[in-house]
Design a protein around this ligand. Sequence first.
Ligand SMILES: C[S@@+](CC[C@H](N)C(=O)[O-])C[C@H]1O[C@@H](n2cnc3c(N)ncnc32)[C@H](O)[C@@H]1O
Length: 296
Amino acid sequence: MGQETEFKKLSNLAKNMGLITEREGETLYNLAKNGPGKGAIVEIGSFKGKSTIYLASGSKAAGREKVYAIDTHMAWKEKGKTRAGIYVPKKGAFKFFLSNLRKARVEDWVVPVKEYSHKANEKWSKPIRLLFIDGSHKYLHVKLDFLLWEPFIAKGGIIALHDSHEIESVKDFGRKCPWIRGPKKVVNERIIKSKRFKNIRIVDTITIATKIKKEGAFSRAENSLYAFWLKERLYMQRFRKLLVAVRNLLIKIKISLIIMYHLTISPNTNVGRLGIIIKKISPRLYYKLRKIKDEI
Ligand SMILES: C[S@@+](CC[C@H](N)C(=O)[O-])C[C@H]1O[C@@H](n2cnc3c(N)ncnc32)[C@H](O)[C@@H]1O
């Protein structure tokens, strides 16, 4: 099959599967098929598999390396439709991903890694020839992905960061494109200002660069320390979020118990002090609460 026909097929198939543009998909395909070096292809952030399918199709067409597709596949906070009008499943995101890979006939060329990227990194040891970063877009998270994964890229290998450059069609979705800020800052700090990358180019929102030099021992140590600190911060943030969620739940339970108590406390009228007040302000709300209480 000619490349044009292959791209048409992929474009039709993957139209509603994700958040990359066709040009970006074709670039990933070409990098996976014809890109320099030897080593694994690693993708951070697969979502429903659009970029994974382009990467895997390219690599498969040339009989080259498999794609390690890292994603937690947990439900996103934003439910329903995303900025690109793509449906986000509340549950079972992983099922969508696998079924899309099957539709594209690349399930044999993808190794799904259902984990946080920093967790997957702890078990990783192979050289990488193509790293595509499109996971969490928060600045510190993108930075952590860069610090943890970039050292594995072989000399001459490629790094590509999605959403690191604004384009008009993407701007339309939101005034300030907040999701661009994190990746863009990391690209500026770690790629553009560095002397270790060359041939820096942009395709739609993706910045692509070729790694020409490994880090020196000193900055490697410095970066490892920094990544360690970022990871600890991340764990603390998650722990704090958990504590806040538990506290909120306890508060809700307490408030519900107080309401139920006050609705039923009066022995004569079966209407408590709070019930009397609520009934006066909004009889409808009062009867709703009574109904809930009776159902419990
Ligand atoms: C923008 S989407 C990826 C879009 C995808 N590349 C495409 O072509 O449609 C970001 C994905 O990253 C995943 N993600 C976010 N933070 C992550 C993390 N720390 N580790 C692994 N995956 C993460 C989310 O679950 C989500 O599916």
